[in-house]
Ligand binder design. Structure first.
Ligand SMILES: Nc1nc2c(c(=O)[nH]1)N[C@H]1C(S)=C(S)[C@@H](COP(=O)(O)O)O[C@H]1N2
Ligand SMILES: [Mo]
Length: 203
């Protein structure tokens, strides 16, 4: 009986019903798609687009746009979370799973991801190949707009969106973890939105 009373009063007093469980702590839902770039928008024509893949042993190979398009792609619906506190629900993309792009990753444990223009971000390799992560080239049914990282960007929705490098140009596999652009400036090395890992030292 008391339990029932408590449930009813919490519904009136609290704001639990407004809170979508898909929104991580400290985030708010955003309908627009903000553009966040630390530098100018890169413009990479498809005939000059390359994705350089470097193994921890120093071996490397390079994919052309045609190579990427020849790989099996997936349609993705996912929520994205920016460390500046917006969350966008149910975004739709097309991309090739990173594990498909990379193939055999040997015994490397980390990845340093590179963008045209010099942006970098680091993450454990497992987050690219054992979790859902893509090289995304369509957003909302259209080619990915340059402002949002087209021709192709990384899409790692389970981490804060700064890990989703726009204008993807390289994935470097490493034995050691090397901080990227924001990570060197004090952002969290891993960046799990559900644990609010915004800055170095958070959880
Ligand atoms: N190359 C590159 N990738 C980047 C960034 C950047 O400045 N340069 N910003 C990051 C940050 S902080 C966020 S929140 C998202 C923003 O992507 P959007 O502009 O498509 O919203 O891209 C990430 N990837
Ligand atoms: Mo961000």
């Amino acid at each position: 009986m008391m339990d029932g009373v408590n449930v009813v009063s919490r519904g009136f007093v609290g704001r639990r019903r407004d809170r979508d469980p898909r929104i991580p702590p400290g985030q708010y839902p955003e309908r627009d798609f903000p553009v966040l770039s630390a530098g100018p928008t890169a413009n990479v024509p498809l005939d000059r687009w390359r994705l350089d893949l470097t193994g921890a042993d120093g071996t490397s190979r390079s994919l052309s746009w045609a190579d990427l398009m020849a790989l099996p792609s997936e349609r993705i619906t996912t929520d994205i979370h920016c460390v500046t506190k917006w969350t966008k629900l149910d975004t739709t993309w097309r991309g090739v799973p990173v594990r498909t792009v990379l193939g055999d990753v040997g015994d490397a444990r980390y990845a340093l991801v590179h963008s045209s223009g010099g942006y970098t971000t680091n993450l454990p390799l497992a987050d690219l190949v054992e979790r859902d992560a893509w090289v995304a080239f369509e957003y909302d049914g259209r080619p990915l707009h340059p402002e949002h990282g087209g021709p192709a960007r990384l899409l790692v929705p389970h981490l804060y969106f700064w890990k989703s490098a726009k204008w993807l140009s390289g994935i470097e596999l490493r034995h050691q973890d090397t901080p990227g652009f924001w990570e060197r400036l004090g952002y969290h090395d891993y960046g799990d939105p559900w644990r609010e890992q915004r800055y170095a030292g958070d959880g």
